[in-house]
Design a protein around this ligand. Sequence first.
Ligand code: BES
Ligand code: ZN
Ligand code: ZN
Length: 466
Amino acid sequence: MTDYADLLKADSGQPARTIELVDKDSFEPWLKQQGERRRAAIAAQKFAGKGYEYAILPGEKPDEWSVVSGVANVNSLSSWCLAKLAEVLPGGTYRLDGLETGPALFGWLTAQYRFDRYRSAKDETPAEPRVLLTKDAARIEAAVRLAQATHLVRDLINTPTADMGPADMEKAAAAIARRHHATMTVTRGDALEQGYPMVHAVGRAATRHNAPRLIEMEWGDPKHPRVAIVGKGVCFDTGGLDLKPSAAMRLMKKDMGGGAHALALAQLVMQERLPVRLHLLIPAVENSVSGDAFRPGDVLRSRKGINVEIGNTDAEGRLVLGDALTRAGEETPELILDFATLTGAARVALGPDLPALFANDDTLAQDLVGAGKKGDDPVWQLPLWDAYEDMFKSDIADVANAGEGGFAGAITAALFLKKFVPDGAKWAHFDTFAWRQSARPGRPKGGDALGLRAAFAILARRYPRG
Ligand code: BES
Ligand code: ZN
Ligand code: ZN
């Protein structure tokens, strides 16, 4: 893994190239102060001071060049304002000219993420890392941890299912549990049939090696308040017998993105040693096709005892999460956060950049939205509109996993989950895309963490370390 800790250093006056930042207001006055050689360079590179634009500025000697870059507002830097530079500048050490680095440390790191596991020639990797100096050394550690968590999410999602099936998810979780002395419990294969019928049904068509499993991790002082983190770990979603068309199936290696978010959030909680009793739950399955696959019209008796008629085998995420949420509730947590690539409808409503957030507690929702805005990790709340429960009634069972009509798909999925959330627990559900369709500075195309930092921010605020 990229060693992010090597990419940020405390500024003790060591040699480094300077990066000047300008914005809409400061660009013209700044330009007037530049000498002729610099103005020629600025003109040649067509630098106009806009966000993410940059130019190399000549110094006195050939090796004395420096950098200027445009940002939205020099007085309020964003997480991403230096990310483009961290992608394009030659390897070496840099410092901001007279400005605090603030939240930009994070984007500096995530911009240098590469997924090159399957590239034979590693020539895209820069020969030399780009190092940023900061006077704000106290912020380095937090930025590094968030970048590592983001890296974990990206790697888990980008890895194809052949190398990231339920068994591999279990291994990834076990490695993290070991590092933090957490206890792991895994319920696998036939052992799920009694206690976790919906996890079993969704995953049972997969081969033996990738048998379905519920991965659980517990960590922390049992006397501390209980927090459950749950993630959808559908390692591949073919749709099941209600098979997805090829275009819709193409990206479904990412359907464990919720599980990746949950694991990364658990890692952050443990690294930061937040005073909570943590319970992580990842139902890891492959929604596959075989003679043993669950069928449309089948009725599953869930762990909670609710009978669920299968309207569509492609609405599998809510099934595995239903049993996992029930299990979480048995330990009476005061807070439950779940992450899932649950519906296409959430994407239709909000596009790929904004996870849909649902919560049964207004303060929790507001805190998450606020933390997202503040930390450049936005989430957007949608309502748990109870009246839409009518949309997934079953003719023969307590409820159906998918309704007819296709209205409000993200809301009905969240309402389905709500049936499995214990009374008394505060609960937030993130319906996230976990993927970037096109690269943005600091955020390469492919798997990505969305809503992770917002979630961690509210946990760190609610459960401050002593
Ligand atoms: N994993 C998909 C949802 C999804 C699709 C997320 C594309 C991100 C991108 C989920 O299991 C699914 O297939 N949901 C169906 C539900 C429907 C059958 C009620 C959907 O959203 O179409
Ligand atoms: Zn599906
Ligand atoms: Zn799915």
